[in-house]
Design a protein around this ligand. Structure first.
Ligand SMILES: Cc1cc2nc3c(=O)[nH]c(=O)nc-3n(C[C@H](O)[C@H](O)[C@H](O)COP(=O)(O)OP(=O)(O)OC[C@H]3O[C@@H](n4cnc5c(N)ncnc54)[C@H](O)[C@@H]3O)c2cc1C
Length: 545
């Protein structure tokens, strides 16, 4: 349903002809999205094509666009860097709001440790700027190329450094929001003209409505600015990078350590999580390198750090005796970075870590403490610039489970993930990288206490059978969790994307937390009377309506 000429001209008058397009090729570049083939008819890699792509340059332009959409009953779908099918139009009749022109760091308050950013400020940019001031930001597990504002206001927000630097839903201070009805709301201290330092007051505190736990995924208006809490960075003003493609590494000063810690059993592994929380050590802590599967992943990381090798060499690598030994050693393991704010602080953390390892029978994996691997691990986890590797095996990747909770809860679904995954790998429908391809933050909130494991499935995006398999695998993962009394997990969100509206409504109506969907219906009724936001802000229709 193409836009009326009148509506198109109204939008063009706001942003100028160079910042709007309805060229099919341009529009398809927005519709082409990761995971689209898992939900779209015929496994198309394209989500519904937007009616137009619009690039606003200011809050005033965003507000004018949203008001125009209300006038012409057009849906609007904003995105920052757009690395997800959640960013794309979910139906016809939608304009895509590409926020890339709003890319400024507006303020860095060194003394109060926060920064104010626009949507297209990626983590790498802010991190590089605040490191000059001895500060750091929480880079989500999606990596350095993603938007901090999107992670704080609209989707998830956890990362490997969350145990020290908080999750971005926690780090969100004041924000500026163009609501679906076109009004602008500034939360917290900003709402009272007192600057950005607090999201809860004096002034409106709307964290729960704005984003809650997971975020509205662009279905509840447009966020144009936000302030983010920063954390201390005891490293150099510029992150040193050495080496060559593809791995690179970072020779950080002596107050940094990076280890891979291995354990004799999962019981001891999760016990170590509690001890790390209780003793408040760790700058970054994440089960990361297992993401490529504990049978194939270790060989991959060793191969990846040899610039003379390619993925074609992986079979040969897995046969090497030293790789076979290391693969066994890394089966029940996670990575940790210690950073000393003072020499004594590092010494304390090292001593505590040794105690924890002694108590849990754990050890530091020697091969991963070799200088080259330690430096690689430091750069990898601090900057998270290698997240393209999620797609390295055959272009398709999807994560399931990831139910967040304390370690004793999370350890309960680990074996289910393995059992459900095995038949798909053995049949060659998903990459046979080891049934344990689980990764996740040791602490997904500041100070720890909460963690999760995400099981990765690698499918061939160019193969119909493999793509079909990843969808049925996701269904099995959700069923496996529910059958054992766990909440459905991340896979259920993906499956919901492929459902009809009626199917989604009936799943909401049967959910134990249906009250939430009802309240969200009420909220949407007030702030989005013309329904210009999409259904990724989930609501349950009034009975009989
Ligand atoms: C390899 C990989 C690993 C990942 N690991 C993690 C992880 O550990 N932690 C995590 O939090 N996420 C993770 N993700 C998910 C990641 O957050 C999303 O893929 C996200 O899309 C990344 O891009 P972005 O942050 O720039 O947001 P975008 O892609 O731009 O948008 C994300 C969502 O927010 C909405 N949105 C964006 N900007 C605005 C705005 N200004 N106003 C209103 N709505 C907006 C979009 O519509 C979309 O629904 C991972 C993704 C990948 C591909």
């Amino acid at each position: 349903m193409a836009l009326s000429r009148e509506a198109y001209r109204a939008l063009e008058d706001i942003v100028g002809p160079e910042n709007i397009s309805e060229e099919p090729a341009i529009l398809d570049s927005y519709a082409f999205q990761w995971l689209a083939e898992t939900i779209r008819p015929g496994q198309s890699k394209f989500m519904p094509r937007p009616e137009a792509a619009v690039l606003p340059g200011s809050t005033a332009e965003v507000q004018a666009i949203v008001k125009t959409c209300n006038r012409y009953k057009i849906k609007v779908k904003p995105y920052s860097t757009g690395w997800y099918f959640y960013c794309a139009p979910q139906t016809e009749g939608v304009i895509q709001l590409d926020m890339r022109r709003m890319d400024r760091i507006l303020e860095i308050d060194e003394r109060n440790m926060f920064a104010v950013v626009e949507p297209y400020v990626i983590a790498a940019t802010l991190q590089a700027e605040v490191m000059k001031l001895g500060l750091n930001c929480n880079v989500t597990g999606a990596g350095a190329s993603c938007s901090l504002l999107a992670s704080a206001t609209s989707y998830h927000g956890a990362g490997p450094s969350s145990i020290f630097g908080g999750e971005n839903n926690q780090n969100l201070l004041s924000l500026e929001w163009v609501m679906p009805n076109g009004d602008i709301l500034r939360t917290g201290s900003l709402g009272s003209g007192l600057g950005w330092f607090c999201g809860e007051g004096p002034g409106p505190s709307l964290r729960g409505i704005v984003r809650g736990m997971l975020g509205a995924k662009g279905g509840l208006g447009v966020f144009t600015k936000c302030a983010l809490k920063l954390s201390p960075w005891p490293g150099p003003a510029e992150l040193p990078v050495e080496g060559t493609v593809p791995a690179y590494n970072s020779p950080l000063p002596d107050n940094f350590r990076a280890y891979s810690l291995a354990f004799p059993s999962w019981e001891n592994y999760f016990e170590a999580y509690y001890k790390i929380y209780d003793n408040e050590i760790g700058y970054i802590a994440h089960r990361q390198f297992s993401m490529l599967g504990t049978e194939l992943g270790t060989a991959f990381w060793m191969l990846y750090n040899d610039p003379t090798k390619t993925l074609d060499d992986i079979e040969e690598f897995t046969q090497k005796p030293e790789i076979k030994k290391l693969t066994e050693e890394m089966k029940i393991a996670f990575q940790i970075v210690l950073a000393g704010l003072t020499p004594r602080h590092l010494e304390y953390q090292e001593k505590v870590l040794d105690e924890i390892l002694a108590d849990t029978g754990g050890w530091k994996v020697a091969a991963m403490s070799q200088p080259a691997m330690e430096r690689f691990t430091l750069l990898y986890l601090i900057r998270l610039g290698h997240k393209n590797l999620n797609f390295v095996y055959n272009g398709g990747w999807l994560g399931t489970f990831m139910q967040a909770g304390p370690p004793d809860y999370v350890k309960g679904y680990r074996h289910i993930a393995e059992e459900v995954t095995e038949p798909y790998q053995k049949k060659g429908l998903l990459v046979d990288c080891g049934v344990d391809a689980m990764m996740g933050p040791v602490g997904s909130m500041g100070g720890g206490g909460n963690c999760a494991l995400e099981q990765f499935g690698y499918y061939d995006v160019a193969d119909k059978e493999s793509t079909d398999a990843v969808v049925s695998w996701t269904k099995d993962c959700v069923k496996g969790a529910i059958d054992k009394g766990f909440v459905p997990g991340k896979g259920s969100h993906y499956l919901a994307m492929g459902m009809t509206r009626e199917q989604r409504q009936s799943s909401y109506a049967s959910a134990p937390w249906l009250g939430m969907y009802r309240w969200q219906r009420k909220i949407k009724g007030i702030i989005d009377p013309n329904d210009i936001g999409d259904e990724l802000y989930p609501t349950l229709d009034e009975p009989g309506k």
